[in-house]
Ligand binder design. Structure first.
Ligand code: LRH
Ligand code: MN
Ligand code: MN
Length: 387
């Protein structure tokens, strides 16, 4: 094994991908949710499924919760349950978008009563973090307006700023606030946190523990996401990723499915930025509407690993030499050589060295978990996107 291969393997072994609790439940479009047999009915059962993903990949040790979708009476008990299954509870995601009160927004709403309600929810999430031992609070706001003149867009920024300040000041020691942006949807005219610049400006004012989250599905088509990643890393403000892929808008498809080359370019900037390993959270934010959920999540984790392996294989020395010499084609060829490397044998070898099956999807299918859960999880209501 060359030094390079050993270094690549060590970096890959250390990489962890956080899976989202909501990806294990049923989801769909606004037209139809297709129920699948065996889908979890509770946050506890979601953790049982997440444990399978970790068992076969060895790379998905934490699970993000969404509150109140994953509401339980005792979060410390949920954390203990996760630990018994070799998992930890990860990022706490707030939800200020599924209540009638939020028709005109949450923390940016024109009515102070609604803003108070939204901030109280965020503070409740801060308390949950203490019970679960979660490091990160992830905030995404559906706030915005649909029509010119509907509200004062500048004043909405002031309201947002006040809310973020109150929550930031309540974070426990070592906790972080991750602010996620999205260019449109559900609002169609203005969105209150539409882009990385707005998120970054708020984070900068708040302090070093406020960081930006890049959801790969939250940009206008053609946006150069890897440039945003490079910039945020350079500024020390990249908190993490919500990985998924898209063909049109916020499609929430499996990461690496629509554009594996983009994922590679992003991961190259992560490697180049010295962020592997680092505090950057590598999370999935996906919904599996028509495909089986657990194998899709396993596949997603593998796609992140493949893109990372290729990024790690870039011959940085040769690249720098070509870049400094102004060798446009040579530099591009160095990057493409790494991208075009088949890293599947390397990853299979790595898994075997870690005592895992080299083919996690096949191993999962052989396990009989899908049949077992379809038989056992009867009665009650399946968890869905939003419950
Ligand atoms: C918003 C978003 C955000 C939510 C999740 C369910 O589109 O990406 O991260 O919490 O979807
Ligand atoms: Mn997201
Ligand atoms: Mn999204």
């Amino acid at each position: 094994m060359t030094d390079m291969q050993a270094a690549v393997k060590a970096a890959l072994k250390a990489q962890a991908v956080e899976t989202p609790s909501w990806a294990y439940g049923n989801s769909g479009t606004r037209f139809k949710v297709f129920a699948r047999p065996g889908v979890p009915r509770t946050p506890w059962e979601k953790l049982d499924d997440a444990a399978k993903v970790h068992e076969y990949t060895g790379a998905a040790p934490t699970v993000a919760l969404h509150i109140p979708w994953d509401r339980v009476d005792d979060y410390a008990a949920l954390a203990a349950y996760a630990e018994e299954r070799g998992l930890r509870l990860g990022t706490i995601n707030s939800n200020t978008f599924q209540d009638d009160d939020y028709r005109l927004g949450s923390v940016c709403h024109p009515d102070a009563r609604v803003r108070r309600k939204a901030v109280d929810h965020l503070l409740a999430c801060v308390d949950i973090m203490e019970a679960t031992g979660s490091r990160d609070l992830k905030l995404w706001f559906a706030d915005g307006t649909n029509y010119p003149g509907q509200d004062d867009v500048r004043e909405r920024q002031d309201r947002l700023s006040d809310a973020l300040r109150e929550v930031y000041d309540r974070l426990g020691d070592g906790r972080r606030m991750l602010l996620e942006y999205k260019f449109f949807e559900p609002a169609f005219y203005t969105t209150d946190v539409p882009d990385w610049g707005t998120a970054y400006a708020h984070c900068l004012k708040l302090g070093p523990r406020a960081q930006v989250v890049v959801d790969t599905g939250h940009h206008a088509p053609g946006t150069n996401i890897e440039f945003i990643v490079a910039t945020l890393l350079r500024e020390g403000r990249l908190g993490g990723f919500d990985f998924n892929s898209r063909f049109y808008a916020d499609d929430d498809l499996m990461v690496g499915a629509a554009d594996p080359f983009q994922l590679f370019r992003i991961m190259y900037e992560v490697v180049r930025g010295g962020a592997l390993p680092s505090d950057v959270a590598f999370m999935l934010d996906q919904c599996h509407n028509i495909e089986a959920k657990i194998p899709a999540i396993i596949r997603s984790v593998m796609n992140v690993q493949e893109a990372t392996a290729k990024a790690l294989l870039v011959d940085r020395e040769a690249l720098t030499t070509a870049q400094r010499a102004g060798d446009v084609l040579g530099a591009n060829a160095v990057l493409m050589d790494a991208y075009n490397t088949d890293v599947r044998p390397l990853l299979a070898e790595l898994r075997e060295e870690s005592g895992l099956d080299p083919d996690p999807v096949a191993a999962y299918h052989r396990s009989g978990w899908a049949r077992k859960t379809a038989e056992e999880r009867v009665g009650g209501e399946q968890a869905g996107w939003g419950a």
